[in-house]
Design a protein around this ligand. Structure first.
Ligand code: DGJ
Length: 734
């Protein structure tokens, strides 16, 4: 790759050297242009030094004219500062929209006006320094464009070069500006425990939509992702879509503002709620990254781009990540009641059906017999495992599987040795109640001693035991978020430092124990975001394992996150959630749309169930690289009470499409809707094959991509909770 490094210290000395690479600076026009994938992003420096977004969308031709910065605004009530598409704006002048940065200086001044100072271009990264017009508050605006997808990562480093400390009251990573349109649809994801990732769609109107978590972590109430589509009747695979995701696992906020002229700005970063960050001279604060992307292939195209970006540029092993192994997890089978003999018996059964990873869930440590005690005491329970974990781990290895373990490192039960020894280690306000959630309190990971304890016990656990996988759980939100041991002006920094320390611990553990993979779980999907995905290999979207409910949860999940990071378990029927009964095949097919896990009580299975499971797991292994790594097309979405759901995964090389079809219940003798696959090579020849279920004998055995995509496929699913899996495979040209 060619490297273009341009450093410009003042606008007057702007570089005119020839530029290569995806980022170009036009020194005459004072514009920056980034091109990658199918996307162009242009920003410019206005005459007064303000940075403005000039274009974000479909890739333009290099010879196309570049838009120029301009100043708008028509009346004393509508100052230019409020209608300009700022890249990053301080709260100053008469700003009424959401600022990117708001500070309070010790002399009472709170006015901040940031203007261009200099810039640097290094390969895919552009750094622009802006500075207050008077004070030495300097902000580095960092832009990094992914060469393959055009997804742009934006963040800000706020630096105090003055001689006194000041307080940051609001810090947002970036603002995404969209052109004026009265035709925008906003999508975002909401939820609650056991019902995560509900897709919301609404028309945008002038006003503000605030997506936020005040919970100390990502939360499941809203997920830090958005998509905005132009057009009143959005279709899955056509239309302009701008999307973004915040890489942060603490409290966060995304504001979608539309002004009276229908211009849209989306600003994301730390939530200002209860936020204050004191910056001493010489110190700096980094905001999270706020990613943004564009697709002209509709919301389906947008999520495929985001999936590719996540798998190839975000997750720890990217771009060469390993496929998710088929795992077994003990939680729904044995709950807290784990012991050596019981887990070994389950492990034997799991191995017999083709499971590759055996994970022992909650209950193995401290005095843990239910959720009232033990969290924080990370020694192996001697009654349950008199010889430590080694015999079980050895057994699991002998059976040809690797071994995984559940942990919940950031929490403590009041009934624990840890809490009795260190009651001051939890978030708290002295003299105030300590609200428990699931009988537990939140450790203050911002404290250096807590950070050292958490890293220390995990490092010891991984050093002393041959563990290949951690399921890292987090089962409550924050309350009374006090950090009394810190100096008063730093106490609210707990929101930032606790998350930073979490990330640091994860990074250090991974560096020291490189073979260990980690799953982010938070009582289901309450900590799924692009921040935690930089350190974890997979996520647990929901504790709800009802295979029918899961279709909707997984569908919502797929708007923002790749199937390749999504774990899904096959559990018992009737399912505890809804008391719904479904066939084992149906449960498998629902879970096979991501990383497959088995969470059923294998001690209760019949020989027929073992045989079915063995066949299904073998089929899954055949298609899993397509399912986990391929391009996802939502052919029929299980939204708005739909009776049907069909997903298609197209392998990276386009040679195989894997289709899962589900039916809730047949009604009035109506037939299943015809299925129209997408993304196939139009002229290529594909053969069709049912892996689970039966294809109608009228369906030809092979036909062109065009035939399958335009004639469609008629399947004959009938009954209640029916499902089938079939593939289209490209036939070699003779
Ligand atoms: C919540 C998780 O989501 C479950 O899968 C299980 O690990 C329990 N915690 C264990 O306490």
């Amino acid at each position: 790759m060619s490297v273009g490094l341009i450093s410009v210290t003042s606008p007057l000395k702007a570089a005119t050297a020839p530029q290569s690479g995806p980022i170009r600076y036009d020194s005459a026009a004072r514009t920056f242009r980034m091109d990658a994938g199918d996307v162009t992003y242009i920003l410019g420096v206005a005459e007064d030094g303000d940075l403005q977004t000039l274009y974000w969308g479909k890739r333009l031709r290099i010879q196309d004219p570049s838009p120029a910065p301009r100043t708008e605004g028509g009346s004393g009530f509508e100052l230019p500062i409020d209608v300009t598409p700022h890249e990053f704006v301080g709260w100053g002048g008469g700003l009424y929209v959401v600022p990117n940065l708001k500070v309070s200086f010790p002399d009472g001044n709170r006015d901040l006006v940031l203007h261009y100072l200099s810039h640097t271009i290094r390969e895919n990264t552009l750094t622009i320094k802006v500075k207050d017009i008077e004070r030495d508050v300097v902000v580095d605006l960092i832009y990094e464009m992914d060469p393959a997808t055009g997804v742009l990562a934006r963040s800000a480093r706020i630096e105090n070069r003055t001689k006194e400390a000041f307080t940051i009251e609001e810090a947002f990573a970036a603002t995404w500006n969209l052109p004026s349109s009265s035709d925008y649809q906003l999508r975002y994801l909401t939820g609650r425990w056991a019902s995560e990732f509900n897709l919301q769609e609404q028309a945008l109107h002038p006003g503000k939509v605030v997506l936020e978590s005040r919970r100390g972590s990502t939360g499941d109430e809203v997920n830090p992702w958005f998509a905005i589509e132009r057009g009143a009747q959005p279709d899955q695979d056509t239309g302009d879509v701008w999307f973004g995701a915040l890489a942060w696992s603490g409290s966060w906020q995304i504001n979608v503002e539309q002004n009276a002229a229908n211009r849209v700005r989306v600003t994301g970063g730390f939530t200002p709620f209860d936020f204050a960050y004191s910056l001493k001279p010489g110190q700096s604060l980094d905001t999270p990254k706020f990613y943004g992307g564009y697709s002209d292939g509709g919301i389906g195209g947008a999520s495929r781009l985001l999936h590719r970006f996540e798998l190839d540029a975000v997750v720890p092993q990217s771009p060469n990540r390993k496929l998710r192994p088929v795992l077994y997890n003990s939680w729904e089978a044995t709950g807290f009641d784990v012991n050596e003999a019981g887990q070994e018996a389950l492990a034997e059964k799991a191995a017999s059906i083709g499971v590759e990873r055996f994970v022992m869930d909650d209950g193995w440590f401290g005095k843990r017999k239910d959720d009232h005690a033990g969290l924080g005491d990370w020694y192996v329970n001697p009654q349950k495992f008199p010889n430590g974990l080694k015999p079980l781990i050895d057994k699991v290895h002998t059976l040809g599987m690797d071994f995984g373990l559940w942990v919940e490192p950031e929490m403590v039960n009041p009934d624990s040795d840890l809490y009795r020894a260190h009651p001051d280690w939890v978030l708290n306000f002295p003299g105030r109640p300590r609200t428990e959630g699931r009988n537990q309190l939140v450790l203050n990971l911002a404290r250096p001693d807590v950070r050292a304890y958490v890293y220390g016990f995990l490092d010891k656990l991984l050093t002393e035991n041959d563990v290949a996988f951690l399921k890292w759980d987090y089962n409550r939100n924050w309350s009374e978020p006090g950090w009394p041991a810190a100096p008063l002006e730093q106490q609210k920094q707990v929101y930032v430092e606790a998350v930073r320390n979490l990330y640091n611990i994860l990074a250090e553990l991974r560096a020291k124990h490189p073979k260990v993979e980690i799953e982010s779980c938070s009582g289901g999907g309450a900590r799924v975001d692009l921040g935690v995905l930089r350190y974890t290999d997979e996520v647990w979207p929901s504790d709800n394992t009802d295979p029918f409910d899961r279709l909707r949860i997984q569908n919502g999940f797929s708007y923002a996150y790749a199937p390749g990071v999504m774990m899904a378990w096959v559990t018992d029927s009737p399912n505890w959630m809804n008391n719904r009964s479904t066939s084992l095949e149906y449960r498998f097919l629902s879970s096979m749309q991501g990383g497959l896990g088995i969470g059923a009580n294998l001690n209760k299975w019949t020989p027929e169930e073992f045989a079915t499971a063995k066949t299904m797991i073998a089929q899954y292994k055949r298609v899993r690289s397509t399912v986990q790594e391929g391009a996802l097309y939502r052919l029929i979405s299980p939204e708005n009470g739909s009776e049907h759901s069909v997903t298609e995964s197209l392998s990276k090389d386009g040679r195989e499409a894997t289709l899962f079809a589900f039916l809730h219940s047949s009604q009035l003798g109506e037939s299943y809707p015809r299925i129209y696959p997408r993304g196939l090579d139009e002229a290529g020849e594909y053969s069709i094959r049912a892996l689970d279920g039966q294809l109608d004998s009228r369906i030809p055995q092979h036909a062109s991509g065009d035939y399958w995509m335009h004639h469609g496929i008629e399947i004959s699913l009938r009954g209640d909770f029916q499902a089938m899996l079939f593939t289209l495979e490209k036939v070699e040209a003779k």
